[in-house]
Design a protein around this ligand. Structure first.
Ligand code: GAR
Length: 209
């Protein structure tokens, strides 16, 4: 059976990418194969992680896509890279660019994203990375977590696939909470959800239900 070809889109350090690469190396992603990693930021460490794992790594920099029509030019380059690598599924792992309605429609139910909160709390445009944990601490929630969801035209608004709760401790800093959410939720949830979706796509492709 052919594996589902996965592209992981990143912007930064890539610990979630690493969790996916580790899961693949450990045989925990049997229905998928990570074949391409794309960063929208120059020098993202995630690209180094991809290269070390022997996965093709590419930079498609937004800043190099002009001023007028930047989104369309960026997405055009991205589509070309995805087509060339014959990608079936896109995983956003700390990817901080918003994708257009046109793009997400074309890839309906074929883009996953990991977000470091229990959606619908602490999410949406402009709420990402450490800001999510700052907002959770400011609101005083006692439980937070992570969510894997399909991506549609609404930032963090697509169908939820999986969630995992994480306890907030009284002495938490945003950095400490971010780390615990990654360790206890994100790095477990993302590889699992990716395998589940790969299995579902495979089943659809081969006519199994
Ligand atoms: C992760 O916590 C991820 O959930 C978050 O950015 C971090 C990236 O870390 N993503 C978002 O906030 C998206 N809205 P990583 O590069 O080490 O995986």
């Amino acid at each position: 059976m052919e594996k589902i070809r996965i592209a992981v889109l990143v912007s930064g350090g890539g610990t979630n990418l690493q969790a996916l690469l580790d899961a693949q190396a450990a045989g925990k992603l049997p229905d998928g194969e990570i074949v391409l990693v794309v960063s929208d930021r120059a020098g993202a460490y995630a690209l180094e992680r991809a290269r070390k794992a022997g996965v093709q790594a590419a930079e498609i920099l937004r800043k190099a896509c002009g001023e007028a029509n930047r989104q369309a030019v960026f997405e055009g380059k991205l589509e070309a890279a995805l087509a060339e690598a014959r990608i079936d599924l896109i995983v956003l792992a700390g990817f901080l660019s918003i994708l257009s309605e046109e793009f997400t429609r074309k890839w309906d139910h074929r883009i996953l994203n990991i977000h470091p909160s229990l959606i619908p709390s602490f999410c949406g445009a402009g709420v990402y990375g450490l800001k999510v944990h700052e907002a959770a601490l400011a609101r005083g929630v006692k439980v937070t977590g992570a969510t894997v969801h399909y991506v549609n035209e609404i930032p963090d608004g697509g169908e939820i696939i999986a969630q995992k709760a994480v306890e907030v401790r009284p002495d938490d800093t945003p950095e400490a909470l971010q780390r615990r959410v990654m360790e206890e939720a994100e790095w477990i949830l993302l590889p699992r959800a990716t395998e589940t979706v790969c299995r579902e796509i495979s089943a659809r492709k081969t006519g199994r239900t």
